[in-house]
Design a protein around this ligand. Structure first.
Ligand code: C2E
Ligand code: MG
Ligand code: MG
Length: 569
């Protein structure tokens, strides 16, 4: 509602009529400021510079009629203020037309009296205010005041059609904040909201007036840059955006925080695609920006598009495969090479692809590492191994199985509880029959979290191995902090050591290191008898590899174990 002085514009070519309205309102004792215009042209130029709460337009306005002025107010000028049309007696048809064109009300000139005029004005202003609020709700984000998704889509569509008609260049940039969630978690939602508002303001002030800035999700913003001169202007603007987002944000007097922006860009140039497709392209590029290290701008590339489609197809196919029971665990023996004794098995996942046949994990590694699907697969692996252990226990094969755990699964909330629950559901399986293999490269990120999780695992009796050791650049001090039982030398060092002294030195050092730290050691990639002898000569003891056995289906394991032990006797 109006809190301050009402601003009124009276458009009438008749001096006497304008004066009459002014007198009536003065008599009404309301706080009103009245501006006058004598024709359409003058009123349009006034309206270009100034906002009014209500415009009173005479239907008969000299050469142009009031209706066409009303039309311009609503369409060309896009004003949403109250407009009251004043008509002569007998012009009811005009009145109806005026309402259709967006007039708030109409008044008959001869019957005009102060109370009636005043109530018409106040009513019309009130109605216009409500309309403005509705319009804002429908088109703007309540928190930041930025354009919302439906209005954004409209603007993108406009940019697309302009790009074909007038050969213009526009750019659609999808921005996802990096590190926003920790701010929310640490300082609360109110602080999170304040950060979003601050970022919204920075985006707006970093851009030109006619660019569109929109928020379409929690910490997701989209900007539409139109009328670009060339690509480098676009790059420059986006770089500026990236930098302003990155500046520190004051939460209060004592606390500062910082977020950054991963930005994906789709260019709109002579483009035949629709707004949804453009948004998807920008979104995909944003995802690449995140994946390649965050806080950067990446432009959409059609080659990436096809990789993206392939990936999405694969993920869908894996999800279906999981439902259809197309996965199987193979098991590879780990042995003590000096005593020819079986010490454990490593579970390795395989996929019986209905068309492509048996697939090794590299084929679906995207699924193994996917934020949600990777967890579903991981849980299936855990459950399957534990059931298998129970069966082997019943057959008298008391053995440890190592399970490869993806980072996403390991760091999933409730991972340890779930693991513990699976073990408890199967009472004849002991926690110490399970070893988790964690990739060296993946455990370095979020190290403190990982250490905590591994500690709880060990507390319930589960063992921990560091997989592919030597490839992940873990420092010695880091190695000391990790709660580990076993190191696994990456197979590349073993496979290549026979004729490469550099790899020999590495293997020897890792053997010494494991002894110094008191860790068990297993060599992967024992492919030949030469590997066995060189490795054991160096002081190594345990290993796995094709020279001992290839990974095999579970139903082959018992027989293999018997044959192997017979041989050892
Ligand atoms: P990894 O854990 O390092 O497993 C050892 C890989 O080396 C296995 O490949 C195994 O088949 C292969 N291998 C064993 N002996 C030899 C040898 O003598 N020479 C050579 N060249 N290779 C040998 P695989 O089964 O293809 O698995 C590849 C990787 O996929 C694994 O590496 C592991 O990181 C991952 N993976 C396997 N199963 C699972 C699973 O159930 N869950 C998760 N998250 N990852 C898995
Ligand atoms: Mg492994
Ligand atoms: Mg390995």
């Amino acid at each position: 509602m109006q809190e301050s002085k009402l601003k009124l514009l009276v458009v009438d070519d008749d001096d006497v009529d304008r004066e009459r309205i002014r007198r009536m309102l003065n008599a009404a004792n309301v706080d009103v400021e009245i501006e006058e215009a004598i024709d359409a042209r003058e009123s349009i130029s006034i309206l270009n510079d100034c906002e009014y709460d209500c415009i009173i337009v005479d239907y008969r306005l000299g050469e142009t009629d009031g209706l066409s002025l009303l039309n311009s107010i609503r369409t060309t000028l896009a004003k949403q203020c109250a407009v009251i049309m004043v008509t002569g007696l007998g012009d009811e048809q005009v009145a109806a037309e005026a309402m259709r064109l967006g007039a708030s009300d109409y008044l008959i000139k001869n019957e005009l009296k102060t109370p009636q005029l005043l109530s018409a004005i106040l009513g019309a202003v009130h109605k216009a205010d409500l309309k403005k609020q509705l319009h804002a709700l429908a088109h703007y984000d309540a928190l930041t005041g930025l354009v919302n998704r439906p209005l954004l889509i409209d603007r993108i569509d406009q940019a697309i059609s302009l790009s074909t008609r007038a050969d213009t260049l526009s750019a659609l940039a999808f921005i996802d904040l990096d590190n926003f969630k920790p701010v929310n978690d640490k300082y609360g939602h109110q602080a999170g909201d304040a950060v979003l508002v601050e970022i919204a303001n920075r985006l707006k002030s970093g851009l030109r007036q006619y660019d569109t800035v929109s928020r379409i999700g929690g910490d997701e913003f989209v900007i539409l840059l139109t009328g670009l001169e060339n690509l480098s202007e676009c790059e420059l603007l986006l770089e500026r955006i990236r930098i302003v987002v990155n500046a520190p944000i004051a939460l209060d007097r004592a606390n500062f925080t910082r977020v950054s922006a991963s930005i994906g860009v789709a260019l709109i140039k002579r483009c035949e695609l629709n707004a949804d497709t453009m948004l998807r392209r920008a979104d995909q590029s944003m995802y690449l920006a995140k994946k390649s290290g965050k806080n950067r701008v990446i432009f959409f590339d059609p080659e990436e598009e096809s990789k993206f489609q392939e990936r999405r197809h694969l993920l869908e196919r894996v999800e279906l495969g999981l439902e259809n029971n197309e996965f199987e665990l193979y098991y590879q023996p780990k042995v003590n090479l000096l005593e020819n004794k079986l010490i454990g098995l490593e579970a390795l996942i395989r996929w019986h692809h209905p068309e492509k046949g048996l697939q090794a994990p590299w084929y679906f590694v995207d699924a193994l590492e996917h934020a949600t699907l990777g967890i579903s697969i991981g849980e299936w692996v855990l459950k399957t191994v534990i059931e298998q252990l129970s069966q082997w226990n019943k057959c008298g094969l008391d053995i440890t199985v190592s399970i490869n755990i993806s980072v996403v699964h390991l760091q999933d909330e409730g991972f340890v509880e779930q693991l513990e629950a699976y073990i408890k559901e199967t009472p004849d399986v002991q926690a110490n029959q399970i070893e988790l293999e964690i990739l060296e490269s993946s455990s370095i990120k979020n190290m403190d979290t990982v250490i905590g999780i591994l500690q709880t695992c060990r507390a319930i009796g589960v063992k921990i191995a560091l997989d592919d050791f030597g490839t992940g650049y873990a420092s010695l001090s880091y190695l000391k902090k990790l709660p580990l039982d076993t190191l696994k030398i990456d197979k590349s060092f073993i496979i290549n050591m026979l004729d490469d002294s550099g790899n020999q030195v590495i293997v020897e050092s890792i053997i010494a290191l494991s002894k110094a730290f008191g860790y068990e050691l297993i060599a992967e990639g024992i492919e030949t008898a030469e590997h066995v002898s060189m490795y054991t000569d160096m002081g190594g003891m345990c290993g796995q590899g094709f020279a001992i056995a290839h990974p095999m289906p579970s139903h082959d394991v018992l027989k293999w174990v018997q044959d192997y032990e017979d041989l050892a006797v």
